[in-house]
Design a protein around this ligand. Structure first.
Ligand code: CO
Length: 158
């Protein structure tokens, strides 16, 4: 399976808003397969299409060891609680900081065939899902914390 190059912080593409997926076709299947292969190669636990340079609302999260949830056109329909824990991102290699996220999240999304489903997650997986959905709106985890803001300044990137 082919892998794709990861877009990193400083590249303006990461800051753009992704567009909804409208065609649930072979090219979407290839994109998802290559996103997954890229994420596994880079040892990530989640990836958004924008991170491989494709501005479409598609993300993948590893919800159990080697079990991958494909999340297309997601909407967050419910959140509960707040919890702080360490995060990193394939697009910000080598930097980690604590970010506050909901403890519980419920989403509505589509699979690669366009079928709608709902999914609930807590703790670490809820965190991953929120982090990846942020990517679809050009938001990065470094935007949420002071350390992250400092990191961007130090590196002269936005
Ligand atoms: Co990320």
């Amino acid at each position: 399976m082919a892998t794709r190059k990861i877009v990193t912080l400083g590249n303006v593409t990461l800051r753009k808003k992704s567009k909804p997926v409208v065609d649930f076709d072979e090219s979407l299947a290839v994109l998802l397969d290559e996103m997954k292969a890229t994420m596994i190669e880079k040892k990530g636990v989640g990836i958004a299409a924008v991170q491989v340079g494709v501005l479409r609302r598609a993300v993948i999260v590893e919800i159990e060891p080697k079990e991958y949830l494909e999340i297309i056109n997601p909407q967050i329909i419910k959140t509960k609680g707040k919890v702080s824990d360490t995060e990193g991102c394939l697009s910000v290699p080598g930097f980690y900081c604590d970010v506050e996220r909901p403890q519980y999240v419920k989403i509505k999304a589509q699979d690669r065939h366009g079928r709608e489903y709902e999914f609930e997650a807590v703790d670490y997986i809820a965190r991953c899902i929120c982090h990846e959905i942020d990517h679809l709106d050009g938001i990065l985890f470094v935007d949420h914390t002071e350390e992250g803001q400092k990191y961007k300044k130090q590196h002269g990137v936005e």
